[in-house]
Ligand binder design. Structure first.
Ligand code: NAP
Length: 282
């Protein structure tokens, strides 16, 4: 069994980006800049933001935090996004979700300049993904593709079953797999005989948010299993797969933690450096 080590791979990517930034920054008089907007005090979001800021620092990217109180108005948030859109030192804008109740996250996401949309959530970038045009890709599924590539796993011709149809993981994952000539199947809570679908998968991507949901009898012998799930349980962070039960049956699998999570952050950095290069015409 091959352990698809997202932690180590992400570290390698950060090192590569650091070298790239060190070469580019002096030529353009500045390093890439990422504005990070955090509204309110959601504990999980605070952890995510801290990890993203730390990763930016390691890659030589300047992250500028904008921490706003939970009672920030829609108008104030929109004003901040508009200001960041026109700020020449800002290459990427990250709006940490979820937003506190009363704030319209879709409206805010659509206000971000698509050229600075390093999370790849803007409809323009989602449309570009659908059309196979260059653009910013959603970080989690793009991180999964990057991880597969680094382990020389080619999705071409493989049946890829994805559990979950969210806009940030399931749907874009299917399109990215399709772009790599896999045959994607998106499943969800209304799918008939989910087990049979999963058992037929050469690549199984679990992104549903149910700890230990994927059991040994749902996995084909020799499959590649990508566990996107991050579930906080009494026993700590758990993925959507029962890792111990499936690990001896599969060809390769991602651990949780240390799999897709670090790759998601690495992809954010990749996207930010890409935004910087486009911005300064590097
Ligand atoms: P989400 O928006 O809640 O979507 C969950 C999807 O799973 C939905 O499409 C839902 O189907 C489907 N689902 C739920 N229960 C199911 C069941 N019993 N059988 C089949 N399908 C089921 O979740 P998300 O934002 O995509 O996140 C999914 C998981 O990935 C979460 O654990 C999240 O924490 C994790 N995540 C990790 C990263 C990372 O960096 N590693 C990034 C993002 C998310 P319906 O549409 O029919 O309701």
């Amino acid at each position: 069994m091959i352990l698809l080590d997202g932690k180590e791979t992400a570290k390698t990517i950060r090192g590569e980006l650091k070298a790239e930034v060190e070469a580019l920054a002096p030529k353009h008089g500045r390093a890439p800049g990422l504005a990070v907007i955090l509204v309110g005090e959601d504990p999980a979001s605070q952890v995510y933001v801290r990890n993203k800021e730390r990763a930016c620092a390691e890659a030589g990217i300047i992250s500028v935090p904008h921490k706003l109180p939970a009672d920030t108005s829609q108008q104030e948030l929109e004003k901040l996004i508009s200001d960041l859109n026109t700020d020449e030192t800002v290459d990427g804008i990250l709006l940490q979700l979820p937003l506190p109740k009363g704030l319209d996250s879709q409206r805010c996401l659509e206000l971000i300049d698509p050229e600075k949309d390093v999370d790849g959530f803007h409809p323009v970038n989602v449309g570009k993904l659908t059309l196979g045009l260059p653009g910013f890709r959603s970080c989690t599924p793009a991180g999964v593709m990057n991880l597969l590539e680094r382990y020389d796993i080619d999705p071409s011709g493989k049946k890829c079953v994805i559990i979950g149809r969210s806009n940030i993981v399931g749907k874009p994952q299917a399109l990215m797999m399709l772009a790599k000539n896999a045959t994607p199947v998106i499943t969800h809570s209304r799918t008939k005989d989910l087990k049979a679908e999963c058992r037929d998968a050469d690549i199984l991507v679990a992104a549903l948010g149910r700890p230990g949901f994927v059991t040994e009898d749902m996995v084909k012998e020799g499959a590649i299993v990508i566990d996107v799930g991050i579930n906080r349980t009494e026993d700590g962070l758990k993925g959507d797969c029962d890792f111990d039960a499936v690990k001896d049956k599969v060809h390769a699998i991602t651990p949780v933690p240390g799999g897709v999570g670090p790759m998601t952050i690495a992809q954010l950095l990749v996207n930010t450096v890409q935004a910087f290069k486009q911005h300064v015409n590097a």
